[in-house]
Design a binder for this molecule. Structure first.
Ligand SMILES: Nc1ncnc2c1ncn2[C@@H]1O[C@H](COP(=O)(O)OP(=O)(O)O)[C@@H](O)[C@H]1O
Ligand SMILES: [Mg+2]
Length: 371
């Protein structure tokens, strides 16, 4: 049993706060990803859990023990870093056996554990090689192997794939996810890459400036971002965020266009008395259809706000399997993601629609989701 629990964790460096009031519970065998931009406090959090940093406030529990005052070696944690730090003069076998020799494990058991781990990682054929004779991906596996042989109760991984090329990273991310489930070790994994987080995590803890913003499953983080920061960080291309004023309680006025307030927000908007909002709509959720907005149709659209708005294609960005459209609505630019077969070039008039059920609203002052 190795759940990890952080309560009110706080860490400063020379008076500058790196992590603030962090509460996080990680269940036994769970794969949790700490995600956030560079400098948001991910590595600091891991180092506190590992015992490599003293905390300024808060509690760290591993299993049923409060470990704040426990030395790193007694916490039974293995950490894998971005730089693999293998010993260059030792063979793969020796690299993996080293932590066990240090821990005075008997020789027979060392042989058995190294071989079993090598089989698991499919590096049995490499045991006599030196690190210089390995590819990047193989070295990464050896670094993992060296962590796994110790049979830790918790894995901490700090951007372990970021030195690999893009293709290998995609491959290793699936392997690592599978491996974690196979060996069933509670894992806290740090990355700044939202795709890595979304694809690997049971739950994602998204941080900004040392503060936890949301802690949920990947689907929930994407579908129901708790604030403007989360909405903007997750998703590619990024969500469109448009400042709007609420008019007569029933219309969202973006200046360049007006759409009706979706039903699900009527109650929450009244309750919060919020009149200045950010309208969020993901490029994947905007629908775009061919259409001429001039003449009567345009007038009708203007007089009766509907969820359809006339726009002009400003530029197209083909991705191969889909196309990003940059759309001009007056002076405003919005992005939409459409199928690769979409026909239309710069200058084409279109009608875009904001499906009411796909709209997000945030309080413009606090950034918090209105729900
Ligand atoms: N040893 C240190 N001394 C002083 N400041 C540090 C130290 N380590 C980290 N910081 C600061 O703490 C903040 C969080 O850093 P870090 O945890 O490394 O972020 P991340 O891993 O998310 O990129 C940053 O502002 C960083 O400059
Ligand atoms: Mg870091």
């Amino acid at each position: 049993m190795a759940r990890v629990e952080l309560k009110g964790l706080r860490k400063e460096y020379d008076g500058a706060v790196a992590v603030e009031g962090l509460d996080l519970n990680v269940k036994d065998k769970e794969f949790v990803v700490l995600l956030g931009p560079s400098g948001c406090g991910k590595t600091t959090t891991l180092r506190c859990i590992a015992g490599l940093e003293d905390v300024d406030d808060g509690e760290i529990h591993i299993g049923d023990r409060l470990v704040n005052d426990m030395s790193p070696r007694d916490r039974n944690i293995a950490m894998v870093f971005q730089s693999y730090a293998l010993y260059p003069h030792m063979s793969v076998y020796q690299n993996m056996a080293f932590p066990l020799e240090n821990a005075k494990v008997v020789e027979r058991e060392i042989v058995e554990r190294v071989n079993r781990t090598a089989r698991l990682l499919q590096i049995e054929g490499l045991l006599s090689r030196k690190p210089a004779q390995l590819s990047g991906g193989q070295r990464q596996r050896v670094a993992l192997g060296r962590a796994i042989v110790r049979e830790p109760t918790v894995f901490l991984m700090d951007e372990p794939l970021s030195n690999l090329d893009a293709q290998l990273r995609v491959h290793m991310r699936a392997e690592l996810k599978r491996l974690q489930k196979d060996i069933g070790v509670t894992t806290i994994y740090v990355t700044h890459d939202q795709v890595e987080a979304m694809t690997m995590a049971d739950r994602v803890a998204l941080m900004s400036k040392g503060v936890l913003q949301q802690y949920d499953g990947p689907r929930t983080i994407y579908d129901r971002p708790s604030n403007e920061f989360v909405a903007g960080f997750i998703g590619s291309p990024p969500i469109n965020l448009v400042p709007c004023d609420l008019q007569d309680g029933g219309t969202l006025d973006a200046g360049e266009f007006q759409i009706p307030v979706p039903n699900q927000f009527a109650g929450p908007l009244k309750r919060t008395a919020c009149e200045r909002v950010l309208l969020g709509i993901r490029p994947q959720d905007l629908t775009v259809s061919a259409g001429d907005s001039s003449g009567t149709e345009g007038e009708v659209l203007q007089r009766f706000p509907s969820s359809s708005v006339p726009a002009e294609i400003y530029t197209t960005e083909p991705l191969g399997d889909a196309t990003i459209l940059d759309l001009k609505v007056g002076a405003m630019l919005l992005k939409a993601l459409v199928g690769a077969t979409f026909e239309g070039d710069a200058g084409t008039q279109v009608v875009i629609r904001f499906p009411p059920e796909r709209i997000h609203l945030f309080d413009r002052t606090s950034g918090r989701a209105i729900e």
